[in-house]
Design a protein around this ligand. Structure first.
Ligand code: C6P
Length: 413
């Protein structure tokens, strides 16, 4: 039977994102900073406005119609996002403010309860500060020790070194699914297998994976998966932690307040069932509803089509940017091992100057350490310029980027 592969209609997709339809400094906007935060499709904007226009009320509290609708929408959104990442049960999905908060939740709730002096936490040199600093804090308080996996010359994790680091003291491996700074796709399934062989838990930072590839947490076999809404077209301030139910049930709460309790006495309390045990206070209901709308939007495009589109961008971008005189592209050489993130140095031009020159042309990129200072140190650079693509970017835009870089290089030469 012939397999019909759905293609992404880039023009139609662009039409779904109102923010892309504008001029910046007299030029059509070229938005190449989706790794920092994506633009939002109309479907998400409508879902958020719809909630506030019709259903706005607090959840799990009121006995009136609006509160019922708000609660139903909020919990339906949980089910939708849980399904989106292949969770077995909506109760395994805890709403958070984003990836950072999800990882801090695990560090505080699981880490404090399970880590002791002499235990080891394995991280990698690719990690975003969000998947490093929480472990430093918990290590300092518990006496656990951080170990670090290095990369090879192409920014790929050295699994041989992981094998050397893993031992019976390893309690946790905390690894990014995709590097925000280099675009490297890490072999998470393989890492999980190796970690499980020594009885370690695995936390995956999925912030840069979920917008680009079908994630199935059960197939990955990990214990915790953290991700943000705003990188997949949902509002800022919403994200999620997925964890296997038995782990969540065994973990103590990390924040106290309304919503997360069962009974409260003056001196002690009992906790609500998971996931509410981890959701103290009024949640970001509109954000959750917006995140479900983003997940449905992505599913309507199809991950196969998204992957094919992004793979074409990776190949084109590597070739086109690689041809710019004096440009050094970081990250894996094999397009299959990376997402459409182009992190580079332009000889003789500071990354901040590159970004400023590009901004004058209406091109938005990020320059800096990308919240990965250990990685920058490892690469021997203070910063890079990073152009990151998503579903709405085109090869024409990468041409415009390359041309602007050629001009920048001539000016500074
Ligand atoms: N990276 C970037 O420009 P929050 O801020 O909690 O939504 O996500 C934090 C985070 C965690 N892990 C990875 C791999 C990330 O890329 C990010 C966010 C943005 O690369 C902003 S620093």
């Amino acid at each position: 039977m012939a397999v019909v592969r759905k293609e992404l209609d880039a023009a139609a997709v662009r039409g779904h994102f109102p923010a892309l339809d504008q001029r910046v400094h007299g030029h059509p906007l070229i938005y190449l900073d989706s790794a920092a935060t994506a633009q939002r499709p109309r479907a998400v904007l409508d879902a958020v406005v719809g909630f506030y226009e019709r259903d706005n009320a607090n959840v799990h509290r009121g006995l009136y119609e609006l509160s019922r609708r708000a609660t139903e929408g909020f919990e339906a959104a949980r089910g939708c996002v849980a399904r989106f990442i292949g969770a077995a049960d909506p109760a395994e999905l805890v709403w958070t403010r984003g990836t950072t908060e999800a990882i801090n939740l695990v560090a505080l709730a699981w880490g404090w309860a399970n880590l002791r002096e002499g235990d080891e936490i394995v991280v990698t040199v690719l990690e975003h500060h969000s998947n490093l600093v929480p472990w430093q804090l918990v290590a300092e308080r518990t006496g656990a020790r951080l170990r670090r996996v290095d990369i090879d010359g192409q920014g790929r994790l050295r699994l041989d070194q992981l094998d050397e680091l893993l031992n019976e003291r390893t309690r946790l491996v905390a690894v990014g699914h995709v590097s925000n700074a280099l675009g490297t796709i890490n072999p998470v399934r393989e890492i999980v297998e190796r970690a499980k062989a020594v009885g370690a838990r695995v936390l995956v930072d999925g912030a840069q994976a979920v917008p680009h590839m079908k994630v199935d947490v059960q197939a990955l076999g990990c214990d915790f998966y953290a991700f943000s809404g705003h990188k997949l077209g949902a509002p800022m301030g919403i994200g999620a932690l997925w964890a296997r139910r038995e782990l969540l049930e065994a973990m103590p709460p990390w924040q106290g307040g309304g919503e997360m309790i069962d009974t409260v006495e003056l001196e002690r309390s009992t906790w609500a069932a998971v996931p509410h045990k981890f959701e103290a206070g009024t949640p970001n209901v509109a954000g959750a509803i917006g995140m479900a709308a983003a997940a449905m939007y992505i599913e309507s495009l199809g991950y196969d089509a998204i992957a094919a589109h992004e793979e074409a961008l990776v190949r084109y971008g590597m070739e086109r940017l690689g041809a710019v005189d004096g440009l050094r592209l970081f990250g894996p050489e094999d397009p299959a091992e990376r997402t459409a993130v182009f992190s580079f140095a332009l000889e003789g031009v500071h990354p901040h100057d590159v970004a400023t020159i590009l901004d004058a042309e209406g091109i938005a990129v990020r320059a800096g350490h990308h919240c990965t200072q250990p990685l920058m140190r490892r690469l021997g650079v203070p910063a890079t310029t990073r152009a990151s693509c998503w579903i709405y970017n085109t090869t024409d835009e990468l041409d415009r980027l390359a041309e602007a870089l050629e001009v920048a290089r001539r000016i500074f030469a």
